[in-house]
Design a protein around this ligand. Structure first.
Ligand SMILES: [Zn+2]
Length: 116
């Protein structure tokens, strides 16, 4: 389950920001998890909850944005919806698709507190 290592990277990123900006605690962490990011949202939520105790993510609320997956269809010459990797084009049924949207996992923003 690679969500656990993703959660670790997210924590690292938050800790780096805390050092840079001098905050002690995160009250809300908003993440973008694209539909095609290859991340299982519930597994990521679980992993973050598992590593949070004792860190500055302890007690933080989590919010998730889930941008829809999109892909460029070479046949249709346009961007089409793609719910999952490996899906066929909804317009032509072909597989000449290059994913180009909903691919990212990133921290969108966070609300922080100065004291713990
Ligand atoms: Zn197509």
């Amino acid at each position: 389950m690679h969500e656990l290592s993703l959660a670790g990277s997210i924590l690292q990123l938050v800790e780096d920001a805390a050092q840079r900006e001098g905050f002690k605690r995160v009250t809300l962490l908003r993440l973008e998890v694209g539909q095609l990011a290859n991340v299982e949202l519930h597994a990521l939520q679980f992993a973050l909850a598992a590593i949070a105790p004792g860190t500055l993510l302890e007690g933080a609320k989590l919010a998730f944005d889930e941008p829809a997956g999109q892909a460029w269809c070479q046949h249709c010459r346009q961007t089409v919806a793609m719910a999952e990797r490996g899906c066929a084009c909804p317009l032509c049924g072909g597989y000449a698709l290059t994913p180009n949207g909903g691919l990212s996992l990133r921290v969108v923003d966070m609300l922080v507190a100065d004291s713990s």
